[in-house]
Design a protein around this ligand. Structure first.
Ligand code: ASP
Length: 354
């Protein structure tokens, strides 16, 4: 009899435990589905179209409309990809393509000239999930350098390719080429002539970037950072560099951690400005580190790094977003073409200090 009572008690105990386990695992499942859904609802993209002496008094209403429309078009392209469940990598690449194809920005079509009157373009892209990255430097005939950077990331075991080798490789991979005349725009050529004229009268010929050139400069580099429905962050940047730069000069844009950085654990950031200073401060990686090791917010980190850039004599700005879809930017120039669009309906485009 005792044995029967003992066995029944054991059976009841086992049954209850099993039910508890079941409901516990159901609760865990419910929580993870809920957090997945709430995470999936948030996605965002932030862009810049360069920083510099962008002042209201220097802009005509027509110019304002042209920049606003193009920035909005670029944002919309990336946003749509994210909305349809696409990856942040595709979103930043396609967004940058819109700006590379416009003469308004110093990337692709509107690239500035170096001291020899040639265009040498740089670009990079980074995946915050895997820390994979691809960069391209000093290419002369690639219509959309960001596409070549993506191919370096996706199809090689390298992270950066430069010059003729990079172009040969891009050609083999079906990247679109253009005649170098494609990059010749009147506006950029006049900027070169003006910069060279200034250089002649600048006393400090050895300075890499003179104060006058910085003041005169509207950088125009383009960048994009996005977070997709899976919480993956990507960042990308594309540029023609600095007007009147020395032939062969490579700026911050293709240097990972300087002009571009993305890490799902912290943030994604893209920079624009006098590239040498963004390399020296390892600006975008420094931003991520300040978040990671000092627990600063994205905005505090960006401000801190822009101050470091400014203290060395550099000028420009950065845009970024963090893993919680917060968006922030910082710049020490008069203005920066910038904007963002978030899944919560926020949509902002700005040029000047606000
Ligand atoms: N950062 C770029 C470079 O130094 C220039 C720019 O942002 O316009 O190449």
């Amino acid at each position: 009899m005792k044995r029967i009572i003992f066995l029944s008690a054991l059976a009841i105990l086992l049954f209850t435990n099993c039910k508890n386990d079941q409901s516990q695992s159901q609760t865990t499942e419910n929580i993870s589905t809920l957090s997945k859904i709430s995470k999936e609802q948030h996605f965002a993209i932030v862009i810049h179209g360069g920083a510099g002496t962008i002042k209201k008094e220097n802009m005509t209403p027509e110019q304002e409309i042209a920049y606003r429309d193009k920035l909005q078009e670029a944002l919309n392209v990336g946003y749509k990809i994210l909305e349809e469940g696409g990856s942040s990598l595709d979103a930043v690449q396609k967004t940058i393509n819109v700006m590379e194809d416009s003469p308004l920005f110093n990337a692709g079509k509107g690239a500035v000239f170096n001291s020899l009157g040639k265009n040498e373009l740089d670009a990079s892209i980074m995946d915050g999930k895997t820390l994979n990255t691809g960069a391209i430097a000093g290419v002369k005939q690639i219509k959309n350098p960001i596409n070549a950077a993506r191919v370096v990331m996706d199809s090689t075991r390298h992270v950066m390719m430069a010059g003729k080798g990079a172009e040969d490789f891009a050609k083999l991979n079906g990247i679109e080429f253009v005649d170098d005349k494609y990059f010749h725009t009147e506006k950029r050529y006049n900027q070169l002539l003006k910069a060279q004229e200034r250089e002649k009268v600048t006393l400090d010929h050895s300075a890499m970037v003179t104060k006058e050139l910085i003041d005169d400069h509207k950088y125009g580099t383009v960048g994009a950072v996005a977070i997709d429905k899976s919480g993956n962050i990507a960042a990308a940047t594309s540029t023609g560099g600095m007007t009147n730069k020395k032939y062969g000069r490579v700026g911050d844009v293709p240097v990972i951690g300087a002009g571009t950085y993305a890490n799902n654990n912290t943030c994604g950031v893209s920079a624009t400005g006098t590239g040498e200073y963004f390399i020296r401060t390892v600006a975008t990686h420094e931003t991520s580190n300040l978040m990671r090791y000092k627990n600063l917010s994205l905005k505090e980190s960006l401000d801190n790094v822009i101050k470091q850039v400014g203290d060395l004599g550099g000028s420009g700005g950065m845009v970024g977003l963090d893993k919680d879809t917060n968006i922030a930017w910082s710049f020490n120039s008069a203005g920066m073409y910038r904007g963002y669009k978030k899944s919560n309906g926020e949509n902002v485009v700005q040029f000047y200090e606000e």
